[in-house]
Unconditional design. Structure first.
Length: 119
């Protein structure tokens, strides 16, 4: 079964860092652009960041610019999202998705990993 698997979430204090991973299972990620999304309780899902299949281009939502970094290791079939200087408003379930290009319709979604930022 082809799927994306997120990991790396957790409960951290404001200002802390986490690294999220999105691994492909039965999917070769280097064929796809990979996006990270998040959904906080009572809010709509929002795009956080995206990286092209080659890794040559990335983009970020304004609330995370300068704090989050997306990268990929195609040899490990994994995409990462480094979260630094975390704020309580970053609390959400984080999902990754695979598409032909950033902003394109996703073919695959993961089940998500919870990030909670609280003192």
């Amino acid at each position: 079964q082809s799927q994306l698997v997120e990991s790396g979430g957790g409960l951290v204090q404001p200002g802390a860092s986490l690294r999220l991973s999105c691994a492909g299972s039965g999917i070769t990620l280097d064929a796809y652009a990979i996006g990270w999304f998040r959904q906080a309780p009572g809010k709509e899902r929002e795009g956080v960041s995206c990286i092209t299949s080659s890794g040559g281009s990335t983009n970020y939502a304004d609330p995370v610019k300068g704090r989050f970094t997306i990268s990929r290791d195609n040899a490990k079939n994994t995409v990462y999202l480094q979260l630094n200087s975390l704020k309580p408003e970053d609390t959400a379930v984080y999902y990754c998705a695979a598409a032909d290009y950033c902003s394109g319709p996703a073919y695959y979604w993961g089940l998500g990993t919870q990030v909670t930022v609280s003192s």
